[in-house]
Design a protein around this ligand. Structure first.
Ligand code: NAD
Ligand code: UDX
Length: 469
């Protein structure tokens, strides 16, 4: 099999950056170059004081160890391609916004452009690895493009190697993955390419955790894994609505269900709704695939996972309005957390964006605080959510604060949107003193001790619990 000595990764984002930085740390004998067209992003990866473009616990240490040794970040995409014997394509694959399949199909433009660049630039044979999450059979299109545009004596072997890391725990997920999945054509050349990639991961991943399968199974497994995970959240969130209506307690129900070893305890935490760049996009991708295969019942089944998630967010903001005596006009609401989950600065599809938009349309005043998200990102997200409202008007309704305490000052209600640990350590007595009365807390993350807050005087509403009189 080819011995991999130089790796190039196209795309220095949430996946390409951490994944290939960890490969560099674990494989000091391999030169790893991560390239991106976005010069600002590359500059941040190269910043002398390690102000990296993404916040991820443990990432800085990894980059400090390998950068300049065998890990490089560059905007010179062509040079990266030319040098490498193995190339990861780790570009974004967002949901299409227009054209055929708008709203559900994946936009493969970035994957195609990167693939065409590889074909144009490569002067020697390459293993090309699909790292991005893509619809089933994308590898086939990549192969056709590469073969139609390659130079003589250049062979391209395509592998699928989807990434399963979760943001916030990316480094530990990469150091100790449940599994690494590698898909290849079941030809001798395909298997040899697969062996070459196996030998990279085998530097730190036990070989029984490296699964080698066919290309299409590998591509579909990624969509399926995210759909199954998101399905558990929508299932528990659907049950949380029943709990609120009946007086059952969603935490107790989840605990009881999860104790069954066939179900397991993870991903059963009721919430204000899942966010992140992957779940919704990948399920919609699966929906589109099902429709393309003339399987409307299958498409409808998976679509419902996304619809329950939308319902959960709507239901939560309605509960806030209902509880605050059916109007929040002119009232100040403190939203704690803006990231889609704790331990990340990523806001893509964050439930907080939907909640704030709902509060804006009720003409409330909103204070936002998040420990990691850049203020400019919050403004960009709120502007994107309400494209017809000028940013100046948004800024009259929304204030970004620098601490939870500041956000809660003079508010009628506190809404917990992200499960940041620091919200557990807030001085709730002080928060209570500074709020208008009655002071409400809405816990969208089952984070705080509701009874403790009630003792202070708060009126507390929790996902999956009936109102307490
Ligand atoms: P991202 O937007 O953070 O990063 C993608 C990067 O690719 C951007 O910096 C962009 O500038 C660059 N890029 C796009 N086209 C390029 C080109 N032609 N040449 C060079 N650079 C180019 O996206 P991400 O979150 O890292 O996701 C990448 C892929 O991984 C997606 O398909 C996603 O579905 C998948 N994925 C993401 C996660 C996650 O947690 N974010 C987890 C698993 C899989
Ligand atoms: C997900 C997958 O977990 C990962 O394997 C894949 O590679 C990328 O997509 P990510 O989106 O980064 O990872 O985070 P994840 O931990 O899955 O959380 C997604 C959303 O679901 C977050 O908004 C989170 O708060 C929410 N969630 C998660 C719940 O509401 N309840 C849970 O029990 C778990």
């Amino acid at each position: 099999a080819t011995k991999v000595t130089k790796i190039c990764c196209i795309g220095a984002g949430y996946v390409g950056g951490p994944t290939c930085a960890v490969i560099a740390v674990k494989c000091p004998h391999i030169k790893v170059t991560i390239v991106d067209l976005n010069a600002a992003r590359i500059a941040a990866w190269n910043s002398p004081d390690f102000k990296l473009p993404i916040y991820e616990p443990g990432l800085e240490q990894v980059v400090r160890e390998a950068r300049g040794r065998n890990l490089f970040f560059s905007t010179d995409v062509d040079k990266g391609i030319e040098e490498a014997d193995l190339i990861f394509v780790s570009v974004n694959t967002p949901t299409k916004k227009s054209g055929v399949g708008a709203g559900s199909a994946a936009d493969l433009n970035y994957v195609e452009l990167a693939t065409r660049r590889i074909a144009t630039v490569a002067n020697s044979s390459k293993i090309v690895v699909e790292k991005s999450t893509v619809p089933c059979r994308t590898a086939e299109s990549m192969r056709t493009i590469l073969e139609a545009n390659s130079k003589p004596n250049c062979r391209f072997d395509i592998l699928s190697n989807p990434e399963f890391l979760a943001e916030g725990t990316a480094i530990s997920d990469l150091y100790n993955p449940d599994r690494v999945l590698i898909g290849s054509l079941q030809t001798p050349e395909g298997k040899a390419a697969s062996d070459a990639l196996v030998s990279v991961y085998a530097n730190w991943v036990p070989t029984d955790r490296i699964l080698t399968v066919g290309l299409w199974s590998s591509e579909l497994s990624k969509l399926a894994a995210n759909a199954m995970l998101a399905q558990r959240i929508s299932s528990i969130n659907a049950l949380s609505a029943i709990c609120e209506a009946t007086g059952a307690n969603i935490d107790e129900v989840a605990h009881a269900i999860g104790y069954d070893s066939r179900v397991g305890p993870k991903f059963l935490k009721a919430s204000v709704g899942f966010g992140g760049s992957c779940f919704q996009k990948d399920i919609l991708n699966l929906v589109y695939l099902s429709e393309s295969c003339h399987l409307p019942e299958v498409a409808a089944y998976w679509r419902q996972v996304v619809e329950i998630n939308e319902y959960q967010k709507r239901r939560f903001s309605k509960r806030v309005v209902d509880t605050l005596f059916n109007t929040i006009t002119g009232k100040r609401i403190a939203v704690l957390g803006f990231a889609f989950k704790a331990d990340t600065g990523d806001t893509r599809e964050s439930a907080a964006i939907t909640l704030i938009k709902d509060f804006q349309s009720e003409r409330a005043l909103v204070n936002v605080y998040d420990p990691q998200v850049e203020h400019s990102q919050i403004w960009a997200d709120l502007q994107e959510a309400s494209p017809l409202i000028p940013l100046d008007s948004i800024k009259k309704q929304v204030t970004i604060c620098n601490s939870a305490l500041e956000a809660c000052k003079d508010a009628e209600a506190v809404v917990i949107a992200t499960e940041w640990k620091e919200f557990l350590e807030i001085d709730w007595e002080a928060v209570y003193q500074n709020m208008n009365k009655p002071a409400f807390v809405f816990d969208g993350r089952l984070l705080v001790d509701a009874d403790k807050l009630r003792k202070i005087g708060f009126k507390v509403t929790t996902i999956g619990r009936a109102e307490v009189a």
